[in-house]
Ligand binder design. Structure first.
Ligand code: SF4
Length: 494
């Protein structure tokens, strides 16, 4: 018998959740995952804080599932972590193991029913799965699972992984063999935290596209934590131990942590955009904070494209470290020229027409006396569609800037992502259809320079082959099936 939907999955889709005021002008994050095995602790509360630190990875929905003996408890809903959970809802999540998720929808629309963790009942009890990434063989996998009689409640590839594990459990395998059997059928990017009544798994796909780290609780180093980024460990006082390796599964139980390297040909293809923009600057990758890497991107940018100016500033917040780096190498003073409104989350109220026309001031307000009469270098981490850049440049000019030079601390984004980051289809990526000079004209800057692809990789200090940088090159490390390619690679398939 195939896994039955759990009572937790029987919610019906709610009203379409509205996206932000406008289409995003940055690639949108995929998801944050978190897991904790610690019978001595209030696991739901620690998971809450872990998700709170990972909020930047997804703001549409959040959820936590806990295990207490053979019973699973789950609370998930649309909204920010702080909106979804109250003290009372956390008190209703007892247990020794928690799996948490914060979501931005990359597969499946933004409905409550698609919120994670995905909870499925199996022969061995429930499993709760939190997924960051995107499968590229969803159509084939779903058809295969349907041939085995599996049902689906959601439209997410994450549920598909959970169902694939449940199907193998129900055929008689134990948790670990079932999970490995399921992973071998999955192609794409996936970092997973999976809770079961017996223990918790942490998994990365064979290319390790999305990050996943292991930590230990300070009070008890035998108790393990899993998180998308180290900032999810820091907030609960956990100590970073190591990354889950590409193609590795760790199994965390009462006895501690064991590991299986299940992939036949693991490779290192960490998403370079995690380093440039997605992950928090205080998270550690390759033994240093991403702040430090991003400052080095600014050093490289200054070496590659110096221009005379009075002031270097960053687009808050993601452009700031590279702007500081640019200033350090160029010798041009660094300062703030745009102040971000930090006290609001997403708003779902439509602005008035007048506000729309006035541009970006809900988010960024220029400092007129700082900008007046100055030659400004403004540094940002990327340009995707160019719409926000144009508004920022206009705001700087309206505030009195004499010249505006834009420096981008990554190369032009020319290809869409299929591995869990929501970029537009290729034709909407401004750099896929326009030259740098044309883009400069469109966004209204005096000059525009991107960091070179070589410079971006050189600044990592790592083997350039150990990253995915397909959105800059079109060189996808995991093959994209034709029918999926056609959905986004418009310019290359017509
Ligand atoms: S295509 Fe770009 S955004 Fe997607 S995983 Fe690769 S580097 Fe990251």
């Amino acid at each position: 018998m195939i896994a039955k939907p759990s009572p937790y999955s029987e919610e019906q889709p709610t009203q379409q959740h509205k996206r932000n005021l406008e289409l995003p002008d940055k690639p949108e994050e995929a998801c944050g995952v978190f897991g904790l095995y610690a019978p001595e602790e209030e696991v739901a509360k620690l998971a809450y804080f872990g998700l709170y630190a990972l909020q930047h990875r997804g703001q549409e929905s959040a959820g936590i599932a806990t295990f207490d003996k053979d019973t699973i408890y789950c609370h998930k809903d649309m909204g920010l972590v702080s909106q979804v959970f109250k003290e009372t809802s956390l008190n209703e999540l007892p247990g020794y193991l928690a799996v948490g998720h914060t979501r931005y929808s990359t597969t499946g629309s933004s409905h409550k029913v698609n919120a994670q963790p995905a909870v499925i009942n199996t022969r061995l009890g429930h499993l709760a799965l939190a997924h960051n990434g995107n499968l590229v063989n969803t159509i084939d996998l779903r058809q295969e699972l349907e041939r085995h009689g599996c049902d689906f409640i959601t439209t997410t590839d994450s549920e598909m992984i959970a169902v694939a594990i449940a199907q193998q459990v129900d055929e008689g395998k134990d948790w670990l063999d079932a999970a490995i059997g399921a992973f071998k059928k999955c192609s794409g990017a996936y970092s997973l935290v999976i809770g079961t009544p017996q223990g918790m798994m942490g998994v990365r796909d064979p290319n390790g596209v999305r990050p996943l780290v292991i930590g230990t609780l300070n009070e008890n180093p035998m108790r393990y934590v899993l998180a998308s980024e180290t900032c999810g460990l820091d907030i609960i006082g956990a100590e970073y131990l190591r990354d889950v390796e590409p193609g590795e599964m760790v199994w965390i139980t009462e006895e501690g942590l064991s590991s299986v390297h299940w992939a036949e040909k693991p490779a290192r293809k960490l998403c370079i955009f995690e380093m440039i923009y997605f992950a928090r600057p205080d998270s550690i990758m390759h033994d240093e904070t991403l702040y430090t890497y991003r400052v080095r991107l600014g050093h490289q940018l200054a070496r590659e494209s110096y221009v005379e100016a009075d002031l270097v500033m960053g687009v808050p917040d993601s452009g700031v470290p590279a702007a500081i780096g640019y200033s350090q190498v160029s010798g041009i003073a660094y300062g703030e020229g745009l102040i971000k409104n930090r006290y609001v989350g997403r708003t779902f109220i439509q602005p008035t027409q007048h506000m729309r026309e006035s541009g970006i001031k809900m988010k960024l307000n220029p400092l007129k006396d700082v900008l007046q009469g100055k030659r400004i270098i403004i540094v940002d981490d990327s340009i995707v569609r160019g719409t926000t850049s144009r508004k920022i440049v206009k705001a700087l000019r309206d505030a009195g800037a004499k010249e505006v030079h834009m420096k981008i601390s990554s190369p032009p984004v020319t290809h869409p992502c299929f591995y869990g980051i929501d970029t537009d289809s290729q034709e909407q990526l401004i750099a896929a259809t326009k030259s740098t000079e044309e883009i400069a004209k469109q966004i209204g800057v005096d000059t525009l320079n991107y960091l070179s692809w070589e410079g971006m990789l050189k600044a990592t200090g790592e083997d350039p082959q150990s990253f995915c940088s397909a959105c800059f090159t079109g060189d996808y490390p995991i093959a994209i099936p034709e029918k999926i390619k056609r959905s986004k690679l418009i310019l290359e398939t017509v």
